[in-house]
Design a protein around this ligand. Structure first.
Ligand code: ATP
Ligand code: MG
Length: 345
């Protein structure tokens, strides 16, 4: 590399149903440097339940963002969400190399909810250092058609090279980067987005449980509209803290109840698997974490310390960076984009 060679950067692209979001990280210094964040609205109804129903508008939204950020030729990391992936923690006899790979594949065929021929498999041995006779393996499978669909879509948006990551892993990656002291605790990371909510429980820095729920902020805005008769655009402003409307408090309380119940169910499931364990803290990310009062309300209901996850806690922010205002206005929306951008570091 020449003395004046550009330092390496990586780009994370989170294609959400509400917004497509981008974070660019520079890896030249001691710590990752945030160089840019951008977001752009996704046309309503273009992506539903993880499925791209209207590729044209989705490509246009991504293209606009990529062009503005000027990162089209750069390597971009994007995520496959819970709809398209399957994760399961398995216990297998401890094996090495090819023997381990074929045992994992056999076990995968037993557990997968879809035909193994149609999936791309990945696995991580969670306790490689231990020498007991069993090993813990995190199995990850992605539906091949969805992988191909994503790659095609990104190519149409003019993106040169694409890497795909599993959203739960990327979120976990961003979280452990932002809160390194938390890696020993059992933490529930709640990603409350526009269309859906995912509860990820992390233990020692790895996701041990990831569950999707059909509850998102679109539903909350619809509930406010239904209660008060205001327009849907106005309802979005109101839930973001701009003014008040009849029925807002009840709708917010109901939304917090949904999130708290989802966290409690995940915690109860974990207790059946690992008696004596408990979720010590809850972190909210995604749009849900930006709604005034939501973090506090969920905290009161789950009776555990609850905070908004700030993905920029442990990165150097480049002076004069594009999108700087978003760091204070909407930081929790960028946890996944940051985790994706950190993935190639
Ligand atoms: N400060 C804010 N800025 C932008 N959106 C916000 C803000 N506060 C709340 N929201 C709401 O958050 C939602 C967007 O959140 P987010 O970007 O996490 O969703 P998404 O990732 O696009 O959706 P999903 O993960 O369900 O596909 C929208 O419904 C939006 O109205
Ligand atoms: Mg999202």
């Amino acid at each position: 590399m020449g003395l004046f060679g550009r330092s390496r950067t990586s780009v994370g692209l989170d294609i959400g149903t509400g917004f497509v979001k981008l974070a660019e990280i520079g890896h030249g210094g001691d710590r990752p440097e945030l160089r840019r964040v951008e977001m752009r609205p996704m046309p309503p109804g273009a992506i539903v339940n993880g499925e791209v129903l209207e590729p044209g508008p989705v490509v246009d939204a991504m293209k606009g963002l990529i062009e503005r950020a000027g990162v089209g030729t750069r390597e971009v990391v994007t995520a496959l969400g819970g709809h398209d992936t399957f994760m399961k923690k398995l216990q297998l006899p401890r094996l090495q190399g090819a023997e381990a790979a074929s045992a994992i594949r056999r076990e995968a065929a037993r557990h997968l909810p879809f035909d193994i021929a149609g999936v791309q498999l990945d696995s991580h041995i969670l306790d490689p250092e231990r020498d007991d006779p069993h090993m813990e393996v995190m199995l990850v499978a992605a539906r091949r058609e969805r992988v191909e669909e994503r790659v095609t879509l990104l190519a149409e948006a003019g993106i040169g090279a694409v890497h795909l990551d599993v959203a739960a892993f990327a979120l976990c990656n961003a979280f452990t980067h932002s809160y390194p002291g938390m890696s020993q605790d059992l933490v529930a990371l709640v990603d409350c987005g526009h269309d859906a909510t995912t509860i990820n429980v992390l233990h020692k820095g790895v996701p041990v449980l990831s569950r999707g729920h059909h509850f998102g902020l679109r539903g909350l805005a619809e509930s406010v509209t239904g209660e008060s008769g205001i327009s849907s655009d106005r309802a979005v402003e109101v839930i973001r803290g701009d003014g008040h409307s009849h029925g807002l408090d009840a709708s917010l309380d109901e939304a917090a109840e949904h999130l708290a119940t989802a966290v409690e169910r995940a915690a109860a499931f974990l207790r059946t698997q690992h008696p004596g364990t408990g979720v010590g803290r809850v972190y909210l990310c995604g749009g849900g974490a930006c709604i005034p009062g939501m973090v506090e309300s969920v905290g009161r209901k789950v009776k555990a310390e609850t905070r908004a996850a700030n993905p920029f806690e442990n990165v150097v922010v480049r002076t004069g960076m594009r999108g700087h205002a978003l760091l204070s206005e909407a930081a929790p929306l960028f946890l996944l984009a940051l985790g994706l951008a950190l993935r190639t570091s």
